[in-house]
Design a protein around this ligand. Structure first.
Ligand SMILES: [Zn+2]
Ligand SMILES: [Zn+2]
Length: 302
């Protein structure tokens, strides 16, 4: 059922991991030579960033494993765990930044070698901008929650680096060193927001939160197809497990409908419903005669 992991997805994920490791070293170096709170923030984020991307790379591969004897519905739900972990790591970095900034303010650390720090930060931002956009593009094309979450994360880091640059430029031109901690805390706020959003989305996915836009499309198709065939439906349920849509509903036939015909019609209708969603989708219907429509079934027991 689940299509293999495509080359473009594997490539962009490996690239993301390589860039993460490279930028970690560059940022630790920059933080060490400048002593800037803002650059320190960026470096702290890089540590959690590497962990998050490593987890995402593993999850991306696992998500594409086909269903097996112990995972009948595939492995794609791991994507939600991955984006939740990514959100938690980003939030942890934000808290670390606030702590370290406060500490440096109390100590009153000096800032040195601003120029080198700014060049390294600008280079990191440029690399991340290109990478983040590539991750989002492939993620959208392949409907991959893992790649999209990683892309949003990388773009959030571009904002952090931009804030660092603004802080260092202001310190340089005004001589007022408090710009540094102010921007560090602003960057932490932005990271917390991205982290929180990723965790909320991941929880929604794990809880099978229904996509209302999908629901509207499904109902429009079912209304039209059932009316055209003189049938009705109820108990529509659907969920999205990361890559696959799972859809089920009950179809009500006239009492005298033969099983052969009814099954034929139901199969055709399942195909129409699948076609409205387009991507990876599984549809199953339960057939029942009109006179038994109101009987409570096992499926409906609460
Ligand atoms: Zn990051
Ligand atoms: Zn029913």
């Amino acid at each position: 059922m689940n299509a293999r992991l495509s080359d473009d997805q594997a490539k962009v994920m490996n690239l993301s991991l390589a860039v993460a490791v490279l930028l970690l070293f560059a940022k630790i170096f920059a933080a060490a030579i400048t002593g800037s709170s803002a650059i320190y923030s960026d470096a702290a984020e890089s540590v959690t960033h590497v962990l998050a991307v490593a987890f995402a790379a593993w999850a991306l591969r696992l998500a594409h494993k086909p269903s097996d004897d112990t995972h009948h519905f595939g492995h794609d739900k791991v994507a939600f765990v991955s984006s939740g972990f990514e959100g938690a790591m980003i939030s942890a970095a934000a808290l670390l930044i606030v702590y370290e900034t406060g500490r440096q303010m109390l100590v009153g650390a000096e800032i040195a070698s601003l120029g080198v720090g700014m060049i390294l930060t600008a280079a990191a931002a440029a690399v991340n901008l290109v990478l983040g956009l590539a991750l989002l593009r492939v993620g959208k094309r392949r409907h991959s929650a893992v790649l999209r979450a990683n892309g949003e994360h990388v773009l959030a880091d571009v904002w952090t680096s931009g804030g660092v640059l603004a802080a260092l430029a202001l310190v340089h031109f005004t001589g007022w060193r408090w710009w540094d901690p102010i921007f560090a805390v602003l960057a932490a706020g932005k990271l917390l927001w991205t982290g929180f959003r990723l965790m909320r989305e991941s929880l929604g996915g794990l809880m099978d939160q229904a996509d209302l836009a999908v629901e509207k499309e499904l109902r429009e198709t079912l209304d039209a197809e059932c009316t055209a065939r003189g049938l009705s439906y109820h108990n529509l349920r659907h969920r999205h497990s990361g890559r696959t849509h799972w859809i089920e509903f009950h179809l009500v036939f006239p009492d005298d409908a033969g099983l052969l015909d009814a099954h034929e019609v139901a199969t055709e209708l399942e195909g129409r419903v699948a076609a409205t969603i387009g991507q990876d989708v599984r549809v199953i219907s339960h057939l029942e005669p009109r006179s038994a429509e109101d009987r409570e079934e096992h499926w409906e027991l609460r």
